[in-house]
Design a protein around this ligand. Structure first.
Ligand code: 5AD
Length: 360
């Protein structure tokens, strides 16, 4: 570990805010010692903070119709090879009911930006799910909507929203999304979600084409100031039918290091060991938890649609029940236990468990 990186790491562990340059120094130091130390510290911090609890969320991918053309994503509009589907309300209820009976108390409804999925339909769905499944939380992940739409979802009772920022670097954002999608709008959406009162999730992929250490440092600096309640980070994995098909996947070790840095930077954050990480690395669940993750999201999309939600190649097709059972077994074998209840974000009382004081 070089001296500049060691100094930045000490400050991170002490709960001090880091500059973008300091984050970059951490990223450029690829020594085993730094990566391992960060992951071990983050894992210990999460174990302490959450009492070796891991929250389970059921993800239901309700539509793969998308009006966007994100260059990395297999659901992009221009991918004509993909069979498109849209689940009706009854089918969504059936999936959530299955998860609910298995003890899961958070439903994550995710989908492409499907024009048929109006704000009213989303709000109605949230209302009916909350009425049918007492004590459950609904997280939405339907991309960029209007401020009015987000407000409707919140009023309907949705309490969390996941919208990855994808990259905090506007030039890199253009490389990933083309000229027609606005980085500024993405940022405006994230701020609106937080202002409305959603527990808000952002995040990015690791190893997207054109991503530099500077861009990743900017992601970390952005998240440090934005203070999301949830962060989704997974490796980029190439998807058939996209301009990035055939490109190299992101690096699992770097992904785990970034997860660890996020845990140390935001001790309270809800941090999943993402499906993409678990797809790239068969030990991703265990490694993720040991690096500070405290959330797992088994996929309860009906088997008949799973293959069509092809955001990247090689996405597992295991049924919700089976993947919940195997993830639960893994967690328990590590001496951790599944969280009870909704598993909402909760602020850490007092100073940072990392050692020092966090700024307000
Ligand atoms: N590889 C990894 N992650 C991807 N996502 C979309 N396409 C890919 C891919 N090819 C991620 C994006 C998006 C989230 C739902 O999935 O970050 O926000």
């Amino acid at each position: 570990m070089n001296a500049a990186a060691a100094q930045a790491f000490d400050r991170l562990c002490a709960g001090a805010p880091l500059s973008e340059a300091e984050f970059e120094r951490l990223l450029l130091d690829k020594s085993r010692s730094l990566r391992q130390e960060a992951r071990a510290r983050a894992g210990e911090l999460a174990a302490l903070r959450f009492g070796r609890t891991v929250h389970f969320r059921a993800i239901v991918e309700t539509t793969n119709v998308c009006s966007r053309d994100c260059r990395y994503c297999g659901l992009r509009r221009e991918n004509a090879a993909l069979r498109r589907y849209r689940m009706d309300e009854e089918a969504i209820h059936a999936c959530c009911g299955q998860a609910y009976r298995l003890g899961i108390r958070t439903f994550v409804l995710q989908g492409g930006e499907d024009p048929a999925l109006t704000d009213e339909r989303i709000a109605g769905l949230v209302r009916s799910l909350l009425a049918s499944f007492p004590g459950a939380a609904v997280t939405l992940s339907f991309g960029e909507k209007s401020l009015g739409g987000y407000r409707k979802f919140f009023e309907a009772g949705a309490s969390r929203y996941l919208l990855r920022h994808e990259t905090a670097d506007p030039a890199h954002y253009r490389q990933l999304h083309g000229e027609r999608q606005s980085w500024w709008n993405r940022m405006a959406c994230l701020h609106a979600l937080k202002d409305i009162g959603f527990q808000t999730g952002c995040g990015m992929m690791v190893g997207t084409p054109g991503q530099t250490a500077t861009a990743l440092a900017r992601d970390l600096a952005f998240m440090q100031s934005f203070r999301p309640h949830m962060i989704g980070i997974g490796p980029f994995l190439p998807a058939a039918g996209t301009p990035f098909a055939g490109m190299s996947p992101g690096d699992a070790g770097l992904t785990l290091f970034l997860l660890a840095v996020c845990r140390l930077m935001l001790p309270d954050v809800l941090l999943p060991a993402t499906t993409a990480l678990r797809t790239l690395d068969p030990s991703g669940c265990r490694q993720g938890i040991l690096s500070g993750c405290n959330v797992l999201m088994p996929n309860f999309t009906p088997d008949e649609f799973k293959a069509d939600y092809a955001i990247y190649d090689g996405k597992p097709r295991t049924s919700g029940e089976a993947s919940l059972a195997s993830l639960r077994a893994e967690v328990e074998a590590m001496g951790y236990r599944p969280g009870q209840g909704r598993g909402d974000w909760m602020p850490l009382a007092g100073g940072s468990a990392a050692g020092g004081e966090h700024d307000a």
